[in-house]
Design a protein around this ligand. Structure first.
Ligand SMILES: Cc1cc2nc3c(=O)[nH]c(=O)nc-3n(C[C@H](O)[C@H](O)[C@H](O)COP(=O)(O)OP(=O)(O)OC[C@H]3O[C@@H](n4cnc5c(N)ncnc54)[C@H](O)[C@@H]3O)c2cc1C
Length: 476
C-alpha cells in the first residue's frame, strides 16, 4: 500500500504511466503508480503462460519505425533482440465461386492496388480532393462507395478495394469503415526505418523491455489498486480514491494526478471526477474512437505438419463478399511467427464490428472459426489441430475497453490535444490517445507520459512530497 500522501499520483502502469513515474523520480518528485491489474505493461503484455516458453504478445507486437523512436532505443538498451518485419514475405489468396481458395499473383495484385489507390484517378487523390471540404466529413465507407461509383468500378475492382480497406485501413485503425473519419484517417505521424518485433525467444517481447525499463521504479508501483474517483476541488491538491484486491477502499492525497488510463476506460466512466471534467474534454472523450483489435493465436507443435508456405510470414485473403457470415476482415490476415525454441504460432486478427461481435462467442467457437478459414485456404491439404489457442478480448477488458484509439467520424484531429490538456493544473492526462501525432502506438504513449510528468512537476512547486494541509484535512 502506498503512503497516504505523495507528490504526484500516476494512474496506470502502461508505457505512459511508467515513463511519467520515471521522469518524476528523476526530478525528485515523490510519486506512486496505482495500477488496476496485477501486472505492469497495460496494453503491452507478453505472456508465456500458454506453454511456459513461447512468447505471445497479447497487445502491441511491433515497434513502428526504428529511427529516433524512443521505444526502439529502450528495447536496444534492454538487450532484447529485435527482428525486422518483412511485409513482402506474404501471399495473397482469393476465394473462388466454387468455395475453393487459390493464390493470386502478387504482380497482378500490385497492379490492381496501384490502379485503385495510387493512379491519377486513384483513391488517394480522391480523398485529398474531398478533404478540401473541411466542414463536410464523411465516413471512410461513404467515401469508398462514392469513389467506386465515380470510377465505375467493376465487381472485381470493388472486391479488391474491400480487401485494400481491410488490409490498409481497418487493421491499422482497429475500426470498421463506417466508424472512421475520412478527413482525419491518415493524419498521424510516423518514424522511419521500418518496423521490428520483439517476441523472438523466451524472456523476450514487450514485457521484457518494460521490465528492464521500469526496474528502478517498481517500488512505486502498486498493483491491484483500481482508481474509482478523483476529487480535485481542493485548492492545494487532489484526493484519489482506489480499491484494493480485498475490496477495501482507500484514499491518497497528492499535489497532482496523472491519468493514463485508456480512452475506453474514460468513456466507460469508471472514474468519477469531482468536479466533473470540463464539457469540452467530456465531449472529446465521448466522440473519439476506441477501436478493437483481437488476436487468435494458435500454437502448433514443431513436428506438426502445417501447410504454411515456406519463407512466408503473412497470408492475406480476399473473400467473395457473398456470404454475410464470412465477410472481408474475418480472419483475412494471418501472421506466422516462429520464436526460437518455442512453438510455431499462427496469429489471426479481427478488428472493428467483427471483433466486437466475436467477443460474445466462446473461445472454442472462435478457435473453430479460425481453423475453418485455414482449412479453406489450404484445402485439400489438412491443417493439424493446434496444441493450444490463446484469444484476446480487449473490448471486454475492464482496464482497457478497447485496443487503441482512432479518429472516428465526428471527431477532429485536435481532439487528441484537448484530451491531453491538464485540468486546473492538478489533473494531467497522458496515454496513447493523448498523442496528436503518434496515437495508437507505444511510442505515442511513452512521449505523452514524459510530457505530463514534466508539466506536473512544474506545477507541484514546493509540494513535491504532497500537500500537507490537504493531508491534514482528509485524514485528520
Ligand atoms: C491488440 C493490440 C495490438 C497493438 N499493436 C501495437 C503495435 O504493434 N505497436 C504499437 O506501437 N502499439 C500497438 N498497440 C497499441 C499500444 O499497445 C498502446 O498504444 C500502448 O501500449 C498504450 O499505452 P498506455 O500507457 O497509453 O496505456 P495502457 O498500456 O493501457 O496503460 C494504462 C494502464 O492503466 C490501467 N488502468 C486502467 N483503468 C484503471 C483504473 N481504474 N485504476 C488503475 N489503473 C487502471 C491499465 O490496467 C493499464 O495498465 C496495440 C494494442 C493492442 C491492444
Amino acid at each position: 500500500m502506498p503512503e497516504q500522501q505523495t507528490g504526484v499520483v500516476v494512474i496506470g502502469a502502461g508505457w505512459a504511466g511508467l515513463a511519467a513515474a520515471k521522469e518524476l523520480c528523476d526530478q525528485n518528485v515523490d510519486c506512486c503508480i496505482l495500477e488496476g491489474r496485477n501486472r505492469i505493461g497495460g496494453r503491452c503484455w507478453t505472456d508465456t503462460g500458454a506453454d511456459g516458453v513461447t512468447p505471445l504478445e497479447w497487445g502491441a507486437a511491433w515497434i513502428h519505425g526504428i529511427k529516433k523512436n524512443p521505444i526502439y532505443d529502450i528495447a536496444k538498451a534492454s538487450g532484447v533482440k529485435t527482428k525486422e518485419a518483412d511485409y513482402e514475405a506474404r501471399t495473397l489468396w482469393k476465394d473462388q465461386p466454387d468455395g475453393s481458395c487459390s493464390q493470386m499473383s502478387l504482380k497482378e495484385a500490385d497492379k490492381m492496388w496501384g490502379y485503385l489507390m495510387n493512379g491519377k484517378s486513384g483513391f488517394k487523390k480522391y480523398v485529398e480532393h474531398k478533404q478540401d471540404d473541411v466542414d463536410n466529413d464523411w465516413t471512410l465507407q461513404k467515401t469508398v462507395d462514392a469513389f467506386l461509383n465515380k470510377i465505375n468500378a467493376t465487381d472485381e475492382q470493388r472486391r479488391f478495394m474491400r480487401y485494400i480497406c481491410d488490409a490498409e485501413f481497418e487493421q491499422d485503425m482497429a475500426a470498421s469503415l463506417d466508424e472512421i473519419s475520412m478527413f482525419w484517417f491518415d493524419s498521424d505521424g510516423e518514424f522511419k526505418g521500418g518496423d521490428v518485433t520483439l517476441a523472438n525467444a523466451t524472456d523476450s517481447g514487450y514485457s521484457a523491455v518494460l521490465k528492464h525499463y521500469a526496474k528502478d521504479i517498481l517500488h512505486c508501483v502498486h498493483c491491484q489498486s483500481k482508481v474509482t474517483a478523483i476529487d480535485y476541488e481542493h485548492d492545494d491538491g487532489v484526493v484519489v480514491t482506489y480499491t484494493t484486491a480485498d475490496g477495501a477502499s482507500h484514499k491518497i492525497v497528492a499535489s497532482a494526478v496523472i491519468v493514463t488510463v485508456p480512452l475506453g476506460v474514460l468513456k466507460a466512466n469508471v472514474i468519477t471526477f469531482n468536479p466533473p471534467l470540463p464539457s469540452n474534454k467530456q465531449l472529446v472523450i465521448d466522440r473519439m474512437g476506441m477501436g478493437v483489435l483481437n488476436k487468435c493465436m494458435l500454437l502448433f507443435d514443431d513436428d506438426a505438419e502445417l501447410p504454411w508456405p515456406a519463407d512466408k510470414e503473412w497470408i492475406e485473403r480476399i473473400v467473395t463478399g457473398e456470404d454475410p457470415e464470412k465477410p472481408q476482415g474475418l480472419w483475412t490476415e494471418i501472421v506466422c511467427l516462429r520464436p526460437e525454441g518455442g512453438k510455431r504460432i499462427l496469429c489471426a486478427n479481427t478488428v472493428g464490428h467483427i471483433a466486437r461481435k466475436l467477443e460474445a462467442k466462446s473461445n472454442q467457437e472462435i478457435q473453430d472459426s479460425v481453423m475453418s478459414e485455414l482449412k479453406t485456404i489450404f484445402a485439400p491439404q489438412d491443417v493439424p489441430e493446434p496444441c493450444q489457442c490463446v484469444i484476446t478480448k480487449w473490448g471486454q477488458d475492464e482496464f482497457a475497453y478497447g485496443s487503441f484509439s482512432f479518429n472516428a467520424i465526428g471527431a477532429k484531429h485536435l481532439y487528441h490535444r484537448i484530451l491531453n490538456d491538464p485540468v486546473d493544473n492538478k489533473v494531467f492526462f497522458a496515454g496513447e490517445a493523448c498523442s496528436e501525432k503518434y496515437f495508437a502506438t507505444t511510442h505515442g504513449a511513452y512521449l505523452t507520459g514524459i510530457d505530463a510528468a514534466k508539466n506536473a512537476a512544474k506545477h507541484c512547486g514546493s509540494d513535491k512530497k504532497g500537500p500537507a494541509k490537504l493531508l491534514q484535512k482528509i485524514f485528520g
